[in-house]
Design a protein around this ligand. Structure first.
Ligand SMILES: Cc1cc2nc3c(=O)[nH]c(=O)nc-3n(C[C@H](O)[C@H](O)[C@H](O)COP(=O)(O)O)c2cc1C
Length: 314
């Protein structure tokens, strides 16, 4: 069984990926958050820094393309070659209306002809190995019936499916039945993604769809950082876990100090992470409340290392 780290823009950047892989556990693959590319330009050039080799030492992520035209893909491909990446992922899942309305991300799932053209154009020139990360549709899971034959035409490395539709964003139920129905119809290895935050979820998906051997975890790993060890049957003592958490947070703090100037930027980033990460701690809600109120970096450090010193299973 393979376990992948999901791309989470603003959360699983190189700082998180490096710190996690070095101090808590090694994923079989990590995926970098999207690099939006349109009109042959990088929409936010700073997004490209995330895949710089000097930032990615303990893991080598799969860079992700968000866009909808050949020339933008070629711009992205050049960047990947420049940094010696050979495998990339195409984002067909981003649910934000400002992305979907521009026929990108999950927006392409309701326009099969446009998607087929894009993949035709990309595969006629690319030298990269390509996987796809998608939802089951933009508005409705039945849209996926027109997407399957398109995906089956190209030599994809794998297809990662998050079985929600775009308009659901990240809420509402994951459609396990639709996933189990459509996954076997795809001629590529399939990876399941969505709402995994304990080992029972994985067992449930395996029971529903026994062919699935690849799982991608996003928010769940922030909530339960030791889930990876648990899946691999690695037994850790409480003091080992406390040490791992301490080193993980020290590494994040040290790297963030290099990247961000000023306490406010730093603190905003930490608040986002702790929205999920608080669930790892018995007193998580209180810790999160204190972090949200915190107005200096020194106070943040005090709260975090106190929480780790008191860490216990719950
Ligand atoms: C804050 C946030 C940022 C995300 N950024 C990306 C992204 O850059 N690329 C992508 O393919 N998916 C992105 N996703 C979707 C996740 O990769 C994943 O598909 C989704 O969160 C469901 O998996 P999970 O329940 O394990 O988190 C993002 C999700 C969230 C919540």
């Amino acid at each position: 069984m393979q376990i992948y780290l999901a791309p989470l823009q603003g959360l699983t950047d190189w700082i998180f990926r490096e710190s996690f892989n070095e101090h808590i556990g090694q994923f079989d693959k990590t995926f970098a958050p999207f690099i939006r590319t349109q009109n042959s330009e990088f929409y936010r050039p700073s997004q490209c820094n995330d895949i710089l080799p000097l930032h990615n030492i303990h893991q080598r992520p799969v860079p992700q393309f968000l866009g909808n035209d050949k020339s933008s893909f070629l711009r992205f491909e050049d960047l990947c070659h420049e940094h010696q990446y050979s495998e990339v992922n195409i984002n067909l899942g981003c649910p934000f209306s400002r992305v979907m309305d521009k026929s990108m991300g999950a927006g392409l799932l309701s326009q099969p002809e446009k998607l087929a053209n894009l993949l035709d154009e990309i595969f006629s020139v690319t030298k990269l190995n390509i996987s796809i990360k998608c939802r089951l549709g933009k508005n409705n899971v039945s849209e996926f019936e027109d997407i399957i034959p398109i995906l089956n035409q190209y030599p994809l490395v794998e297809v990662i499916i998050h079985p929600r539709v775009g308009t659901q964003m990240y809420k509402g139920d994951v459609d396990y039945e639709a996933f189990a129905k459509y996954a076997p119809l795809i001629n590529h290895p399939i990876c399941y993604n969505g709402d995994i935050s304990n080992i029972f979820e994985i067992q449930k998906i395996k029971a529903l769809s026994p062919i699935i051997q690849r799982f991608m975890i996003g928010r769940g790993i922030l909530k339960q950082p030791f889930l990876l060890s648990e899946i691999r049957n690695e037994v850790l003592t409480s003091s080992q876990k406390m040490n791992m958490l301490r080193n993980f947070h020290l590494s994040i703090i040290e790297k963030c100090k290099q990247k961000y100037s000023g306490d406010l930027h730093l603190l905003n980033r930490f608040v986002e992470m702790w929205e999920y990460h608080n669930e790892a701690y018995e007193d998580g809600r209180k810790i999160y409340k204190n972090i949200k109120k915190c107005n200096s970096f020194a106070k943040y450090e005090g709260i975090v290392f106190k929480a780790i010193n008191e860490f216990s299973e719950h």
